[in-house]
Design a protein around this ligand. Structure first.
Ligand SMILES: [Zn+2]
Length: 115
């Protein structure tokens, strides 16, 4: 089963079938486990169960590519959705580019065909 077009936690990158709950946000998802970790940090605790990318072997890093790509595609779709809404409101490409700190031409080339 391809998992490219499915839902992953944007924080731990686990697939939605592998987590207790997956909560959707604005272009991102967070699983119940990551919500608990975040609550621990907000309460002043420490979370030490992620040793960092360098601690992962090649297979683990390769397995992480699919969820990373899915998360990036979801974020990119969210940007395109916002730009489409702005363009529907007749906000200029120049203003959209300025908001993204890129030129009007750069933002137009990247998103005009998608909005
Ligand atoms: Zn998670």
């Amino acid at each position: 089963m391809s998992r490219i077009d499915t839902k992953y936690c944007s924080f731990c990158r686990r697939h939605h079938v592998d987590v207790p709950k997956l909560v959707s946000g604005r272009g991102a998802f967070i699983c119940g486990d990551c919500i608990e970790r975040a609550a621990t940090v907000v309460a002043g605790g420490a979370v030490t169960d992620f040793a960092g990318w360098d601690a992962m072997d090649d297979d683990e890093l390769l397995e992480s590519l699919v969820p990373a790509q899915a998360i990036a595609e979801r974020a990119e779709a969210s940007v395109a959705e916002l730009i489409a809404l702005l363009r529907a409101r007749n906000v200029s490409w120049a203003r959209v580019g300025a908001a993204l700190d890129v030129s009007r031409q750069a933002v137009w080339e990247r998103y005009a065909s998608r909005v």
